[in-house]
Design a protein around this ligand. Structure first.
Ligand code: RB5
Length: 149
């Protein structure tokens, strides 16, 4: 699978570890930045990742900042993106099954690398259930249409 990944400075070290983890599992990785630990703004990198996922350049995305919240909110401003901000594998499984999340976001200051890797495994391997959940996804897309700036 082609996976996009992005972080700000707070998530940079974890992003680098996760790139190696993903490549070790045979995935192709699109590194959307940031590219150093120099202080930067999560919105820049969240938008870049979200655009890559929205246009199909990457099939799924992984976003990391200090908490996962700033970069996750930023990703969700791009049409077609459903970024789930998580800290555990149960929420990750349910957001794949019910919300068809196409980006997962978490905080390098909140969880450790082992939990991050477990979250990624669940995120990449859990299918969307469809059915009644598809209707709700369609309603989210309708919100986007009604509120396009
Ligand atoms: C950066 O200091 C920090 O605010 C950022 O990584 C993130 O936690 C924001 O949501």
């Amino acid at each position: 699978m082609k996976i996009g990944i992005a972080s700000d400075h707070a998530g940079f070290a974890m992003k680098q570890e996760l790139i190696a983890y993903l490549q070790g599992k045979g995935h192709e990785v699109l590194d959307c930045g940031t590219y150093s630990e120099e202080s930067t703004d999560y919105a820049i990198w969240g938008e870049k990742l979200a655009n890559a996922v929205a246009c199909g350049e990457a099939e799924r995305g992984i976003a990391v900042c200090g908490t996962g919240i700033g970069i996750g909110i930023s990703c969700n401003k791009v049409n077609g993106i459903r970024a789930a901000i998580v800290s555990d594998t149960v929420s990750t499984e349910l957001t794949r099954r019910h919300n068809d999340a196409n980006i997962v976001a978490f905080g390098a200051r909140i969880i450790g690398i082992v939990v991050a890797e477990e979250i990624i495994d669940v995120f990449l391997n859990t299918p969307f259930e469809g059915g009644r959940h598809q209707r709700r996804i369609d309603q989210i897309a309708d919100i986007e249409k009604r509120n396009r700036g």
